[in-house]
Write a protein that binds this ligand. Structure first.
Ligand SMILES: NC(=[NH2+])NCCC[C@H](N)C(=O)O
Length: 580
């Protein structure tokens, strides 16, 4: 609809230019927004206000001329001038009803990307295998997964890349510990945090152990087979811990998506050489650095991207440069999205700029850091256990499920144990994920079990429950909500119109989520939709409708709402329930 309106305005502008009302050579970006208040129509544009100055006219006068020049279109029932010169467009409700009928017949709910599909590489989760996953990786995993799901749903080709930290000096220490005490180490590996601490303690207290750790790094880099075998074993255990977390979270990640830092090892010398050949390297304290004019610290001193240490070792940034080249040249990505902590923003700005300058990536490729803020504890301070340790993800998920279990049991004491457990799992895990996804990703937020498990407000329990309400209408009637051909929808009341207008925005919301990497836009949309459905349901009787046509139409609206809620929640990575 917005596209239609933009095209109509475009045509009106062309006419007015021909008539000499507008000067030649204007090519404004035409903005069309959804109105908040339906008495102002459904869509508004500020185009007359934008062009008033350059054309030497009063905004309202220009608005009037624009209205006269707008071609008629069946989708638009009327256009009005409002306030200082807004153009308000009223959508024809028959055309809206037809669009919903088409969505109802389509398994994809009428969603598809207008432009050609893109190949999008998504860098997500990417924990360091030396340690246990922490809450930062929870954010990267679920936000990245939700955006990946949305992009594939709208028709893009998505390639997930779990850029795990499986290389570096810590591995020398971990391997030395594993070597020294294979039996004890084996059992400690079930708790990586504990294993890491034990190894670190040995490292700190024994110079002889520390020396072996250092030698292990050298052996590993030289490709010593025994060392490599141990390293492989350690990583596969650590990865299986990650996989357990992904499975519990319902995140679509598997071993096939893992391409860790070590996968780029062989390319690092060539990356440094290519930078040298392009004259981009400067030596500073023996290290090889790239300096770029646009990156300076507060004192105006240039900041380096260090690509090789004085001792010859390579760094995080070197690997990222190699990964970018691989994603561009081998994976042939049109876009690469990095779901990584906001605190790495400068790192990404710098490596993106260096990769472009060095020609490691195709010029048209879009490299986008989708940074996210910190998840704090309920007190607003950095999330820590009572004794100051890092909060383990698995413990968090366990507690969420336990709390959800108690909650669901108190509401439905009659449910049997298996069903209770199942519901508690969906609600508990869903609550943790939704609480995160529903906030703007770049803001910090406080983790709060009470809030996320509340049945009121923009929460998972509220939305999961809203879906079960729709499902129960159809269950009682013995019908289902699957695609329906040839539906006829009539929008008699205000509530039906408001619900319909929002339903018709599903595709637009998904395109936005995919473009900006912001799943909270989908959360707000679903929350709004659930609210509009409630007032529709209260005000527009379905079973006691005036006539069979009206009843059918209302059932169709309910079915489309149910399917939109279910699809939306699925795209967020939440498991819906038929009852709870
Ligand atoms: N291509 C990347 N740098 N991806 C993100 C890696 C995140 C890093 N392993 C961390 O835990 O902080």
């Amino acid at each position: 609809m917005k596209d239609t309106i933009r095209q109509l305005i475009q045509q009106a502008l062309a006419r007015l230019t021909e008539q000499g009302v507008l000067p030649e050579g204007l090519s404004p970006v035409i903005q069309v927004e959804n109105t908040k208040d339906k008495s102002h129509g459904d869509f508004a544009s500020n185009i007359a206000m934008m062009l008033a100055k350059p054309s030497g006219q009063k905004p309202r006068d220009l608005a009037q001329r624009l209205i006269e020049a707008l071609p008629a279109d069946p989708a638009v029932s009327k256009v009005e001038i409002a306030g200082p010169g807004f153009l308000n467009f009223f959508q024809n409700s028959n055309v809206l009803a037809q669009r919903l009928a088409a969505a109802l017949a389509d398994p994809c709910l009428g969603v598809r990307k207008p432009a050609s599909p893109e190949r999008v590489v998504i860098d997500l989760s990417s924990p360091n295998l030396a340690k246990e996953m922490h809450v930062g990786h929870l954010r990267s995993t679920i936000i990245g997964d939700a955006v990946a799901r949305v992009l594939s749903f709208i028709g893009d080709e998505v390639i997930r890349q779990n850029h795990v930290g499986d290389w570096g000096t810590q591995f020398g220490m971990l391997l030395a510990y594993l070597e020294e005490n294979p039996i004890a180490a084996q059992s400690q590996l079930s708790d990586l945090e504990q294993f890491y601490r034990a190894a670190k303690q040995r490292f700190d207290e024994s110079p002889e152990f520390a020396e072996r750790a250092r030698q292990n790094v050298v052996r590993l880099q030289a490709g010593d087979p025994d060392c490599l075998a141990l390293w492989t074993r350690f990583n596969s255990i650590s990865l299986s811990h990650c996989q357990d977390v992904y499975d519990r979270l319902g995140a679509r990640l598997s071993e096939a998506d893992v391409r860790g830092e070590s996968a780029y090892n062989d390319e690092l010398p060539a990356i440094v050489q290519a930078l040298r050949d392009r004259g981009m390297l400067t030596e500073s304290d023996g290290a090889q650095c790239v300096f770029m004019d646009e990156f300076k610290n507060a004192d105006g001193n240039p900041l380096p991207v260090i690509v090789q240490k004085a001792g010859g070792g390579y760094l995080y940034a070197t690997t990222d440069l190699a990964a970018m080249r691989y994603r561009s040249e081998v994976l042939k990505a049109d876009r690469v999205l990095y779901f990584v902590d906001q605190r790495q923003a400068l790192h990404f700005q710098m490596v993106f700029a260096a990769a472009r300058r060095a020609g490691f990536v195709a010029p048209e490729i879009r490299l986008e850091h989708m940074g996210f803020g910190t998840m704090n504890g309920p007190d607003g301070r950095p999330f820590k256990t009572r004794d100051g340790g890092t909060v383990k993800l698995v413990d968090l998920l366990d507690e969420a499920e336990q709390r959800a279990y108690a909650l669901v049991k108190s509401k439905n004491p009659e449910l049997d144990e298996t069903e209770l457990r199942g519901i508690a799992r969906s609600v508990g895990i869903g609550a943790v994920k939704y609480a995160d996804l529903s906030k703007h990703r770049s803001s910090d937020y406080s983790f709060n079990f009470e809030q996320m498990l509340s049945f009121e407000g923009n929460t998972a329990p509220y939305l999961l429950y809203a879906y079960t309400r729709v499902a129960s209408i159809f269950r009682k009637l013995g019908k289902d909500i699957e695609p329906i051909e040839g539906a006829i929808i009539q929008l008699d009341t205000e509530q039906e119109q408001a619900l319909a207008a929002r339903l018709a925005q599903f595709a637009e919301v998904l395109l936005n989520v995919g473009e900006k990497g912001l799943p909270h836009l989908l959360c707000s949309y679903l929350y709004d939709l659930a609210g509009l459905f409630s007032s529709f349901y209260e005000n527009c009787p379905i079973l006691a409708a005036d006539d069979p046509m009206q009843q059918q139409s209302r059932l169709h609206l309910a079915a489309l709402t149910g399917r939109t809620l279910r699809q939306g929640l699925e795209l967020l990575g939440l498991e819906t329930l038929e009852r709870m």
